[in-house]
Design a protein. Structure first.
Length: 132
């Protein structure tokens, strides 16, 4: 099994923190996070699996689908920043969509708004990363 197919098989199971899907060479990640809904060890395992995919250059670009992101603590934000900077270091593009007003404020306050641009729809975000 390839690392990609193995990760996607398990990433679609219930009770996952990160759901993922491929859109060509774009990895679309959907964090499912609410306060108290996870343990640090679970977060680390899931993010490590995604990091290996990105570091192995299985994907060129990254989209965050934040429709289900209700919590923004450092346990979650830190790995997102690492994933985004990994893609950018490899000359890829990063974008987000489905971001709540609360989460936009959090990103602004944490000075993270420069890491990825937020779009109102998946189609806009996908077009943006593919155009650059």
């Amino acid at each position: 099994f390839s690392p990609v197919s193995t990760w996607f098989e398990t990433a679609q199971r219930a009770n996952r923190i990160l759901l993922g899907e491929a859109e060509g060479k774009v990895l679309v990640l959907q964090p499912h996070v609410t306060a108290g809904s996870f343990r640090m060890a679970e977060v680390q395992v899931e993010y490590n699996n995604v990091f290996r995919l990105l570091d192995g250059r299985e994907f060129d670009h990254l989209l965050f689908d934040f429709h289900h992101m209700e919590y923004a603590g450092s346990t979650i934000i830190g790995p997102l920043v690492t994933l985004a900077t990994t893609v950018k270091r490899q000359q890829g593009q990063v974008a987000a969509f489905g971001t709540s007003d609360y989460m936009l404020e959090v990103y602004q306050n944490m000075a993270l708004h420069h890491l990825w641009k937020n779009y109102s729809s998946r189609a806009e975000a996908l077009a943006s990363v593919l155009a650059n």
